[in-house]
Design a protein around this ligand. Structure first.
Ligand code: 9MR
Length: 682
């Protein structure tokens, strides 16, 4: 966000901008594409992400205090499944009384780290409290089952990528029929369909899976029974999206027909997932065969191992996992990592791909072009007796504890300050109360362009904003607007390199993002430079030094301000967005990627013709209320200092305004709207 009184100069400069024939790509952003070999990843999650898959583990809440366990979990896995914490005997031990503490612990921790979550499981005959299994009235049980599904799925709504809606409903042996259970016995065959329909209503965004064991061998009666059910569901439009094959294997590993089974289910139009993988004695070959089968089936979207170390396994006597009791990698680990790289044929195809394809295989998670659909204006200023606000701008947003928390700049002839609002869904955004932060310790005066995140090691929320310096406040409770501390500065004064390059620009739009070792502070100068300083995670918020120019453009309007940097979930990629002023005078965003925050950036969708987000690639089903797609922020997958965003179905909260508006820059009628990506392939 650029500060005061710039309009006159900006308008004048646009005349010369129109004469610029093409935008210059910053020198720092023209690195040669990596060789395909260079992108072989060193962790399971990163390697799986290169083909768009997740690699997960079952996690036990009781082990989250074990440092060896959590360091492997956070290093290797991009998805987690609560091993027992979402089961009925934990979540509704007594009728109508729900307990989410242990599962919340896992989900909140994962979400904060950008890991995705599988939900396991809503309806299962086992680990079922006796108050359910002893019911004798069908109507009562139906109500109880629907209420359980609705309450649990609703609690985690939006945070679960796939739900095991029904687990293990088929009988072992040669019948191919449902097993006996209270659900089957009182409600009949239709209970599974009923459960899926109820789950869809409760969390429409989650993929809904049927999950079972001993359905890996294609010719087995149990496999055939499940196959018939899925075929029936898809043919009748019963909502089912995936089949989970547990894959608890003996020492020989998967049956030779395993890939055929995966492919046959996928051919019904559902995803398949390996959901609980473990193999007696964990031979490298058995793991290789399992992973290869998944890699060879496009709709096999992810693999979850049922525990981390052998000692964590439900069958620990058989040492079935990828890490030994000490947390060391076993040979099966290496085999799995290699197999996740795909087949030699797939690697050769990648190597032969034209150089115009994405430079890194792991960037494949993001497309090279984007299209969006925009909401109308969702959030408008709410002036009060002492706040004569003209525009609401520069939003920062996290989804935390069931609510969106939005921080934004307020613009008025009196200058800039900050506002906070929260709401549970976007339909409520317009009616949320605006809390003006000049009434808090943040204080009056020039404060603008906030960025909010949670610092997990310090257990504190940070609000980063500009005051002329780069400033921050902290708060233990994001929901308490009065909890913010008075501003402190990251720098004692403007770094020399900025002084030397800022020209007639302004120092704006400070942005903090951390990886596991370091935190980086990016900023812009409205003069064609993007700057970056670095400190360690341990020293943060102090110690920002080594300020460098990360990107520059001789056309300052092409690299203007509002830079955002994010980690792309499930990949080793970071995404940079920078706001530019187009040849039509309207704001839009360009994008770059990198695999290291300390590295240089490679263009992704970085031109006016192929923008990240510009009026030209946005549709406005409810009316084209803006031609500017200006300063905003991505809806994140988590809320911590890693600034992790999903790789699919991106959403961007931005500022736009009535295209006919003109006048004093600080009085322009900026409003906030939401873009949703429409060309996501996953
Ligand atoms: O790993 C789970 C173990 O800790 C529990 O004691 C057990 C109780 O039945 O459930 C285990 O997980 C099971 C999963 O929920 C469903 N498929 C079979 C898994 C191994 O038994």
């Amino acid at each position: 966000m650029n500060p005061l009184k710039r309009l006159g100069r900006r308008r004048a400069s646009l005349v010369s901008l129109l004469a610029v024939s093409g935008l210059v790509i910053p020198g720092a952003a023209t690195a040669a594409p990596d060789a395909p070999d260079a992108v072989r990843a060193s962790t399971l999650g990163a390697q799986a992400a290169q083909s768009g898959r997740y690699f997960g583990a079952a996690v036990a809440a009781g082990k989250l205090g074990d440092g060896t366990y959590t360091s492997i979990l956070d290093r290797e896995f991009t998805s987690v499944t609560p091993e027992n914490e979402m089961k009925w005997d934990t979540t509704e031990r007594t009728r109508g009384s729900f307990t989410f503490g242990p599962a919340d612990q896992i989900v909140n921790r994962a979400t904060a780290r950008g890991q995705r979550v599988r939900g396991h499981t809503l309806v299962w005959h086992s680990q079922l409290p006796t108050w359910v299994s002893s019911l004798t009235d069908a109507n009562t049980l139906r109500g109880v089952m629907n209420n359980h599904i609705t309450t649990v799925a609703n609690h985690y709504k939006g945070r679960i990528h796939s739900w095991d809606v029904v687990n293990e409903a088929f009988a072992d042996g040669g019948s191919g029929q449902h097993r006996s259970s209270v659900f089957q016995n009182l409600l009949g065959d239709g209970f599974i369909e009923q459960a899926f329909r109820t789950a869809r209503l409760a969390d429409p965004a989650a993929k809904l899976c049927y999950n079972d064991y001993n359905i890996e061998n294609w010719s087995d009666a149990k496999t055939q029974g499940v196959y018939r059910m899925v075929r029936d569901f898809t043919s009748r439009g019963v909502p089912i999206d995936c089949v989970g094959l547990q894959a608890h294997f003996g020492a020989g590993g998967p049956p030779s027909s395993f890939q055929t089974t995966l492919a046959n289910f996928a051919a019904l139009g559902v995803d398949v997932q390996i959901t609980e993988l473990d193999i007696a004695q964990a031979s490298a070959t058995a793991y290789t065969n399992t992973v290869r089968a998944c890699m060879n089936v496009a709709r096999c979207t992810g693999i979850t191992v049922w525990g981390i170390r052998d000692s964590d396994s439900w069958r620990s006597g058989e040492n079935p996992l990828l890490f030994d009791r000490n947390g060391a990698k076993k040979s099966a680990y290496q085999a799995t990592l290699t197999a996740l790289g795909g087949t030699a044929a797939a690697r050769a195809a990648a190597a032969a791909a034209p150089t115009s394809s994405p430079p890194s295989l792991s960037a494949a998670a993001l497309p090279t072009g984007f299209s969006w659909s925009s909401s109308g204006a969702l959030i408008a200023p709410k002036p009060d007796a002492t706040h004569h606000i003209a525009g609401i701008k520069d939003p920062s947003v996290v989804y935390y504890n069931g609510k969106y928390h939005v921080f934004a700049s307020t613009a008025s002839t009196a200058g800039y300050n900050l506002v906070y609002l929260s709401f549970s869904d976007w339909s409520q955004a317009g009616s949320a109360t605006h809390h003006y932060l000049d009434r808090t310790a943040i204080g009056a005066g020039y404060r603008a362009a906030p960025e909010v995140f949670y610092n997990t090691s310090q257990r504190l929320w940070y609000l980063v904003y500009q005051t002329g310096n780069a400033s921050y406040s902290t708060n233990a409770d994001i929901g308490n607007p009065n909890g913010w501390s008075a501003p402190r500065n990251f720098y004692s004064s403007m770094p020399d390199i900025i002084k030397q390059n800022i020209g007639n620009g302004y120092w704006v739009d400070m942005w903090v993002i951390c990886d596991s070792a370091d935190c980086y502070l990016f900023s812009s100068d409205d003069n064609g430079h993007l700057y970056r300083s670095r400190t360690t995670v341990g020293q943060f918020p102090n110690g920002f030094t080594d300020t460098v120019i990360v990107a520059r453009d001789s056309n300052k309007y092409a690299l203007w301000e509002a830079s955002n940097v994010y980690k792309v979930q499930g990949s080793d990629q970071y995404l940079l967005l920078v706001e530019a002023i187009g040849s039509d005078g309207r704001r839009y965003f360009r994008s770059w990627t990198t695999s290291s925050l300390a590295g240089s950036w490679t263009p992704l969708a970085a031109s006016e013709g192929n923008p990240f987000a510009r009026a030209s690639n946005v549709s406005f089903p409810s009316g084209a209320w803006t031609r500017d797609i200006s300063h905003g922020e991505m809806i994140r997958a988590g809320y911590d200092q890693t600034l992790t965003i999903p790789s699919c179905r991106l959403q961007y909260l931005y500022q736009g305004m009535n295209p006919g508006a003109s006048g004093d820059y600080n009085s322009l009628p900026w409003r906030l709207g939401l873009l949703t990506q429409t060309n996501s392939t996953c």
